[in-house]
Design a protein around this ligand. Structure first.
Ligand SMILES: Nc1ncnc2c1ncn2[C@@H]1O[C@H](COP(=O)(O)OP(=O)(O)OP(=O)(O)O)[C@@H](O)[C@H]1O
Length: 360
């Protein structure tokens, strides 16, 4: 069966299951390039990841994608599928964290008619069977219950699946890609994740870098904005002060958050180019932890230094921090590792007034 570029997005049994073949199918000759091209920008870590995944895509190796939320794990999984020999088969995704434990078994393995209370009278094909000839993407695999891990391990070892309530196993042929933000080795050491399953999933493991460590954030922001232009109906550009602010923020929600903030800023802005103030305004309605200390100090340490920043960036950074700390100057000073008097001086220099003093 040939799946075409016509999207078929089907949700079965709830939001945690996605089945589609919507990734645009390029001509065979440039399949590999076209699938990964939008993901390969100027960051060397990303370039290495793309290079490895492009090579591995052609194999049947199980691939484990590791990375914080919003770093693009599902996007990469789709690119691997699109660049693989299985690209004409289905791409079936299950989020193991969002599905109730009692449902995961029948979702994955299917069930025979009347196998349990509430089972379909006609039985159901599980996702593993649905992925036959294609790719099964198990997102948040680290959250899969241990009992399911054992069953999945058997399926991977024997390449056949036995639906709940059935006696006869059914042969299946699929490629598995899994993703997690968890440290699976640490979980395996604590016996929360089966080590033998980890080995099975781990044909190739890659870590997608968090956005705050990527050197191509400006390029990525421009691409995300370009994609938004057709929706908004005008040319979208970033002013230099917006670019500098974006490069300094911590982005705990990674590319997902950057995309959301840029979209909001683009809608809010009435100037030709998006300014730092538009980014700030968009941020205010979102996550508050943008300026928090680094998760891994090695990469992140210099993110909240105001001293060397250009004036408009310094003002934006200070304002964000003050708002985040509910205008508590001591907390803000701690964040910038400086004295309270320095914060007051900078507030005066930048014309920043505490809201409760505005009326007095
Ligand atoms: N390199 C990229 N280029 C364009 N958009 C991207 C990129 N990486 C991620 N995104 C966008 O960010 C959002 C999150 O991506 P995705 O769902 O693949 O991340 P994830 O790591 O799987 O997240 P989660 O762990 O929360 O499921 C999506 O809207 C996706 O289109």
């Amino acid at each position: 069966m040939r799946y075409t570029a016509t999207p078929f997005k089907g949700w079965t049994h709830g939001k945690h299951v996605k089945r589609d073949t919507a990734y645009p199918l390029p001509a065979d000759s440039d399949l590999e390039h076209a699938a990964f091209a939008p993901l390969a920008l100027g960051d060397t870590t990303i370039a290495t990841v793309v290079h490895r995944l492009q090579r591995a895509a052609k194999s049947n190796l199980p691939i484990l994608l590791h990375g914080e939320t919003g770093t693009g794990k599902e996007l990469f999984a789709r690119a691997i599928h699109a660049a693989s020999a299985r690209c004409n088969g289905p791409f079936v995704a299950l989020n193991c964290a969002s599905i109730p434990e009692g449902l995961i078994e029948s979702e994955l393995f299917g069930h025979r008619a009347g196998a349990f209370t509430g089972a379909s009278t006609r039985g159901a094909r599980g996702l593993i069977q649905q992925a036959n000839g294609g790719t099964l993407f198990l997102d948040e695999i680290g959250d899969m219950p241990l009992a399911m891990q054992s069953r999945l391990l058997r399926v991977l070892a024997e390449k056949e699946v036995t639906p709940v309530g059935a006696d006869t196993p059914i042969k299946t042929d699929f490629r598995i890609i899994s993703a997690t933000h968890r440290d699976l080795q640490e979980r395996a050491a604590r016996h929360a994740f089966r080590e033998d399953l980890l080995f099975r999933l781990h044909g190739l493991a890659v870590t997608l870098p968090p956005l705050r460590t990527r050197t191509d954030i400006g390029e990525l922001a421009r691409r995300l904005l370009a994609a938004e232009q057709t929706v908004i109906g005008r040319r979208l550009t970033l002013e230099p002060c917006a670019n500098r602010l974006i490069a300094r923020l911590r982005w705990p929600g990674n590319v997902r958050q950057l995309r959301q903030v840029l979209t909001t800023a683009a809608w809010l802005s009435d100037a030709p180019g998006i300014r730092a103030i538009d980014i700030e305004t968009a941020l205010e309605s979102g996550i508050t932890d943008m300026m928090a200390g680094p998760a891994n100090a090695g990469h992140d340490a210099p993110r909240h230094t105001v001293g060397n920043a250009a004036p408009e960036d310094a003002r934006s950074l200070l304002l964000l921090s003050l708002r985040r700390n509910r205008w508590n100057v001591s907390s803000t000073a701690r964040e910038f590792n400086t004295a309270r008097t320095t914060i007051y001086r900078r507030m005066a220099r930048f014309g920043i007034v505490q809201p409760n003093l505005l009326d007095s």
